[in-house]
Design a protein around this ligand. Structure first.
Ligand SMILES: Cc1cc2nc3c(=O)[nH]c(=O)nc-3n(C[C@H](O)[C@H](O)[C@H](O)COP(=O)(O)O)c2cc1C
Length: 165
């Protein structure tokens, strides 16, 4: 799959094939793409925790507000960043890289909010991350069992040449 196709076709996947695990080397490839994201001043403030234990996935799902589908995922990546000026931007770039890499490898993913959520510190403690880290996102992964097509704004609607308007 080329990059443009991956960017155009990626959608948030919240329903996964049950009982199908993701090989460890595939998850490592996905994390490798995450750690290569753009990062302000090349600080690379990220750490990635991969959760595959079903009981822990369920506990995480229950703590989130709109992440109940994490319970059915084959794995979930928690993206943490060391707190600093650009940690949200850096963690978001890594999150998008991870979702696109997963999609290119035939794996569904969905960004579940971490930063700004009341549960962020609870999840940080549950996963044993130090207090200096901020939870930016959770990314459940699994083989897709749905093909959503949410309404998208058109390029004509969002593109402005030279001036807004
Ligand atoms: C910052 C951010 C937080 C999000 N949080 C959630 C979430 O908590 N639960 C969820 O199911 N989807 C979440 N999403 C996914 C969006 O709902 C999804 O990207 C949007 O509906 C567009 O659909 P698409 O990703 O299929 O293009 C989040 C996306 C972003 C960028």
């Amino acid at each position: 799959m080329d990059a443009i196709e991956a960017l155009r076709n990626r959608r948030s996947i919240r329903v996964y094939e049950t009982g199908k695990t993701i090989p460890r080397d595939v998850i490592e490839t996905i994390i490798d793409c995450g750690r290569l994201a753009a990062t302000a001043r090349n600080i690379q403030p990220w750490e990635f925790v991969v959760i595959t234990e079903p009981d822990l996935l369920k506990r995480i799902a229950n703590i989130t507000e709109h992440g109940k589908h994490i319970a059915q995922a084959a794995a979930c990546i928690a993206v943490f960043c060391l707190e600093g000026k650009y940690y949200i931007e850096d963690g978001s770039a890594a999150t998008q890289n991870i979702m696109l890499a997963a999609h290119a490898l035939g794996i569904g993913a969905c960004w579940v909010a971490g930063d700004k959520k009341a549960y962020a510190d609870t999840l940080r403690d549950l996963l044993g991350a130090p207090n200096s880290m901020k939870l930016v996102s959770l990314i459940p992964l699994g083989y897709p069992a749905q093909t959503p097509s949410p309404k998208k704004r058109t390029v004509e609607d969002v593109l402005h040449w030279e001036r807004f308007g």
